[in-house]
Design a binder for this molecule. Structure first.
Ligand code: ADP
Length: 246
């Protein structure tokens, strides 16, 4: 087990978005999170690296690092948590005035204070991995959406996280660019990365995920292997959701 989450609650003002989530993420596995829009999937992912601060709940990592959100966390605890996961956003979130390479080097050099030459070499390897070795010196506006998202993936990998979080990584892309981004994620899964991904790409979830989690109304409705959840769901709400989008 890489991470065990228990009793995760998150509200925005009066709006309770996560109503007590228990989820376990196995090391080297892919967890696909599906569910209707507005149900709290993004919030769940953002809570996993404290981009949103949970109101309560606990995280326990395999290495013994644990957090209890009922207590006030120290800066050090937060930093430790953030370094454990790399986030890939729906809208890429690259710095527009930095080149692709500078975007990828930013985290390790500025935040983690690593040696610049070593970081550059690792970053160049990551560009090979995402198929953009010839684009390192271009600025985001000179890249297609699919290429920008692959830079986003390289940037998240650059901090050498234990867990990769993908928040609908292909939903802002033109249909013909979706495949190249999903292929990179497939390759990462094959390499044994631990991945949690919010996605509407059910075929991808079926082929790549080890577990699919159906989320609605701030609760996990059901979770299991892809064929079970996508082809033979037990819960009425899952059936309705799948009927609507298939
Ligand atoms: P999903 O990813 O399933 O579409 P979200 O997690 O984005 O759902 O949103 C769940 C609910 O939380 C929505 O009602 C949304 O408006 C609300 N929400 C999300 N982020 C914020 C925020 N920062 N402030 C206030 N409300 C938010």
């Amino acid at each position: 087990m890489l991470l065990s989450v228990k009793g995760l609650h998150k509200s925005f003002g009066d709006l309770e978005v996560l109503k007590g989530i228990d989820v376990e993420i196995e090391k080297g596995s892919v967890l696909a999170i599906i569910g209707p829009s507005g149900s709290g999937k993004t919030t769940l992912l953002r809570c996993l690296n404290a981009l949103e601060m949970p109101n309560s709940g606990t995280f326990e990592f395999h290495d013994g690092f644990s957090l209890d959100f009922d207590k006030k966390l120290s800066k050090k605890e937060l930093l430790t948590l953030r370094r454990k996961s790399g986030m890939v956003f729906q809208s890429y979130n690259l710095f527009p005035h930095k080149t692709a390479l500078e975007n990828v080097m930013e985290g390790p050099v500025i935040v983690q204070k690593k040696n610049k030459d070593q970081v550059r070499q690792s970053a160049l390897n990551l560009f090979e991995k995402v198929g953009l070795a010839d684009k390192v010196d271009l600025y985001p506006h000179q890249l297609s959406g699919g290429q920008q998202q692959r830079v986003g993936i390289a940037r998240a990998l650059a901090i050498e996280p234990e867990l990769m979080l993908f928040d609908e990584p292909t939903s802002a892309l033109d249909p013909e660019l979706v495949g190249e981004v999903l292929q990179v994620i497939r390759d990462l899964a094959k390499e044994g990365w631990t991945i949690a991904i919010v996605t509407h790409e059910l075929k991808f979830a079926e082929q790549v995920a080890d577990q699919v989690l159906f989320f609605d109304g701030g609760h996990i409705i059901e979770q299991g292997p892809p064929l079970e959840i996508l082809k033979n769901p037990k819960e009425q709400r899952t059936k309705q959701f799948l009927n609507r989008i298939l």
